[in-house]
Write a new protein. Sequence first.
Length: 262
Amino acid sequence: MRVVIQENYEKMSIWAAEHIVCAINSHRGPRPFVLGLPTGSSPLGVYKKLIEMNKAGKVSFKNVVTFNMDEYVGLDHDHDQSYWYFMHENFFNHIDLPERNINMLNGMAEDPEKECADYERKIALLGGIDLFMGGIGVDGHIAFNEPFTSLNSRTGLRTLTTDTRIVNSRFFGNDPEKVPAYALSVGVGTVTDSKEVLILINGHSKARALAQTVEGGVSQMWTCSALQLHKNAIIACDEAACGELKVDTYKYFLDVEKSERI
């Protein structure tokens, strides 16, 4: 596992965006570059920087296919809290990514099981995901894979915990009851099957989750810990998120990154 520590959220976002651009521009072959994407507050800075780099001609998304992590059950595309709406407002509408290359789970699907199985099948038909960017919750969940979700889980229907609904209630008038109780989500195994995984962790509220991701044991209690088993997992974090790392752990990763730059 690689841990890249940046001074603040802005610098973390810039580093992550430049890493993604490098991966896209280095891609060769006839198949498109397949990119996994998250929603939430953590990736907003990355999306802003990617938009700037696209408009500056530093990267094109014309040969990129995207798969998003999740979607609320019961919210249609026009709902301002649907992840379809979020992604178009904050990213897709501002870059040269063809609409046909966008893949998102349909929270209004009549048959959720078929919707999820088809999603997994399409990822496989494209040769898998080249890079999956994501974030984690304060309890270490990846996508909507709450604590005790199988680390081998695939895309499926998820029940959201009370804690998650409370955290997300800030987008629903601070009323947890208005937050959907279910979501469709890629599985932990779906994410870790990707060739590379880039996880964004920022802010002091995520400090315990970062420590568990890096220093804790592999456990279903912290689904983020599955990243320890991935050969190309990268954590991009800011200083505020490092508050619960051991001093020697913190120094180790700073030294490793410094050596990489020499």
